[in-house]
Write a protein that binds this ligand. Structure first.
Ligand code: FMN
Length: 256
């Protein structure tokens, strides 16, 4: 197994940093090859600039839609982005780990997706039949992904009726909008809750939960997101009326 562990936390001695160390150690002990993108340690630049955008790609207008060449196609991507592409191509499994900040991922990690998932790799992939390959299809097809996160909120408060909203709804932009969008199978997240007040016993339990999830990475059932091109959506990409009848919202994009 080739695992890319993407980690976004400024403090390696944090709870998150300890869990990352534990996870990487566990995977290596299992015989997996692990590479890391430790974004703060790498001083990752999270801000898309004009060069990343392909502004030097030979067109004097950028708003020309799918006919414009991406920086990926023209080979003008910066070295830090190319290095991440190389790691992604190598990996069959991707772990994305972060503390939940304001209902989302830290900005440095959002900026990893913004800069790394460029046109031609993250989006804008045409199938031979003219449809766009996304949501279950794409360049990341065949890879598995899992989100590992810590939250300050206790477990009940990110549960189905918790005040934060349910954790899979909070993670919908990442899990559905980026990982599934690019074709990865997304395993249920590992959420370590109540992380601001952790006893040694709670740490041991969290580390064991992480080890267990890592031991079964290749056998866990992914979240059953619907495929865009599997017949569930109409030509406007709206879920067909007969599926999840009368319901709306994020949950309808799960099959069954
Ligand atoms: C800027 C910031 C925003 C936060 N937003 C949330 C939040 O939206 N929901 C939540 O449950 N916890 C939130 N927290 C708490 C963190 O998730 C928590 O401190 C972290 O997961 C603990 O792990 P650590 O010790 O490894 O940092 C936030 C913390 C910070 C610093």
């Amino acid at each position: 197994m080739n695992v890319l562990w993407i980690f976004a936390h400024p403090e390696p001695r944090s709870l998150g940093g300890s869990l990352r160390d534990e996870g990487v150690r566990t995977l290596r002990a299992q015989g997996a090859d692990v590479r890391e993108s430790d974004l703060y340690a790498m001083k990752w630049n999270p801000v898309v600039d004009a060069d990343d955008f392909g502004s030097a790609a030979g067109s004097d207008r950028l708003f020309v839609g799918s006919t414009s060449k991406s920086a990926l196609q023209t080979g003008e991507l910066s070295a830090d982005i190319r290095a991440e592409h190389e790691k992604l191509a190598w990996a069959d499994t991707v772990i994305v780990q972060f503390p939940l900040w304001w209902y989302g991922m830290p900005a440095i990690l959002k900026g990893w997706f913004d800069r790394v998932f460029v046109k031609g790799l993250g989006y804008g992939i045409q199938r031979p039949d003219g449809r766009t390959a996304r949501y279950g299809e794409g360049t990341m097809n065949g890879k598995r992904a899992m989100v590992v996160l810590t939250t300050g909120s206790p477990e009940a408060a990110v549960g189905p009726r918790g005040v934060n909203g349910e954790i899979n709804e909070i993670l919908f932009p990442l899990q559905h909008g980026a990982l599934w969008y690019t074709g990865m199978s997304v395993l249920p997240p590992l959420t370590i809750c109540g992380a601001d007040r952790f006893s040694p016993e709670q740490y041991d339990a969290a580390a064991e939960a992480l080890r267990e999830r890592l031991r079964t990475l290749s056998t866990q059932d992914p979240i059953p997101f619907r495929h865009q091109n599997g017949g569930d959506y109409d030509d406007s990409l709206v879920l067909r009326d007969e599926l999840a009848p009368g319901r709306s919202g994020i949950g309808v994009h799960l099959a069954g």
